[in-house]
Design a protein around this ligand. Structure first.
Ligand code: AR6
Length: 172
């Protein structure tokens, strides 16, 4: 057990040299737009071959590959819920993405990891609600992890970064 440090940055997640970055993928794991597209472009074609071998991923679950040409050593692929108004288990599924990604990272002795704002782009999850779930879930699980020391919320947009900053202040 350790006390992982949780922080927020505004950045392109594909530029981060960490043990792992998290990808907001879809169930096929075969790539797409948004952060998924950016990660596949930066990692190169070997990432797609590795993802094909994983044979998909359920919503709320997580699977890991190497980072190939990325500065990050590994990619943890998770599948967020498509927003259908909030009454279709979206909150539980989004929390499961963060929980399963961190548990998988810990099993692989990953020490540093960054998350994008899962499901808030193409999948249309409201940003404020998604950020609340992300911060609460990560803060809840962090103390139970043995190896993960550094958890970063990597926001692409300044508005998201501000949201996370204010939520982390209330959490501490
Ligand atoms: N670095 C960090 N964050 C980013 C980057 C980047 N380079 N690019 C976008 N974001 P989205 P989803 C942010 O749409 O909603 C894909 O097609 C973006 O601002 O990437 O989970 C998949 O294949 C937003 O806050 O993922 C799926 O089909 C966040 O990443 C589907 O989209 C997530 O937006 C998944 O949708």
């Amino acid at each position: 057990m350790n006390n992982a440090h949780i922080s927020v940055i505004q950045a392109d997640i594909t530029t981060l040299a960490l043990d792992a970055i998290v990808n907001a993928a879809n169930k096929s794991l075969l790539g797409g737009g948004g952060v998924d597209g950016a990660i596949h472009r930066a990692a190169g074609p070997e990432l797609l071959s590795a993802c094909i071998a994983l044979r998909g991923c359920n919503t709320g679950e997580a699977k890991m590959t190497s980072g190939y040409l990325l500065p990050a050593r590994h990619v943890i692929h998770t599948v967020g819920p498509v927003w259908h108004g909030g009454t279709h288990g979206e909150a539980e599924l989004l929390a499961a993405c963060y929980r399963h990604s961190l548990e998988l990272a810990d099993v692989h002795q990953i020490r540093s990891i960054a998350f994008p704002c899962i499901a808030t782009g193409v999948y249309a999850y409201p940003h404020q609600q998604a950020a609340q779930i992300a911060v609460a879930t990560v803060a809840d699980i962090a103390p139970t992890l043995s190896h993960v020391e550094k958890i970063i919320f990597c926001c692409f947009h300044a508005e998201d970064a501000a949201l996370y900053q204010s939520l982390l202040k209330t959490e501490n």
